[in-house]
Design a protein around this ligand. Structure first.
Ligand code: 5GP
Ligand code: ZN
Length: 111
């Protein structure tokens, strides 16, 4: 996946402001934040989107979901937070390496 921006960030070839990393994921600040806190939770493994998920990814996905409240707490988002997963061009996905947006701080607009 030589062309994938997030694979390059995972590999450290492109710098990012990491706030968390473990054996399955890295978490870094979005370069164009849409809220005071805007993190991207990115698996080390290249999976293009939710559409490519298979049963072998169940453990990874559970890990990503359970990490979110822990990250939110550490970012001081006591009031709550928003998570977004864009899927495909119709869903507004721009980087085709699965990621979860974690947003918060201040009052986010409704949908
Ligand atoms: P998507 O639209 O694919 O769900 O979200 C991609 C996100 O990646 C966008 O919010 C965009 O601001 C962010 N992004 C794009 N390029 C970079 C980059 O080089 N570094 C970081 N940290 N974020 C990026
Ligand atoms: Zn990738």
């Amino acid at each position: 996946m030589n062309d994938c921006l997030f694979c390059k960030i995972v590999a450290g070839e492109i710098p990012s402001e990491r706030v968390h990393e473990d054996e399955q994921v890295i978490v870094f600040k979005d370069i164009y934040p849409k809220a005071p806190v805007h993190l991207l939770v990115v698996p080390r493994l290249h999976v293009a989107s939710l559409n490519e998920l298979a049963p072998e990814h169940d453990r990874l996905m559970a890990h990503m979901l359970r990490l979110l409240p822990e990250l939110a707490r550490k970012q001081g988002l006591a009031d709550g937070f928003r998570t977004i997963i864009n899927t495909g061009p119709g869903g507004g996905q721009e980087i085709f390496h699965l990621h979860i947006h974690l947003l918060g701080g201040g009052r986010l607009p409704g949908f």
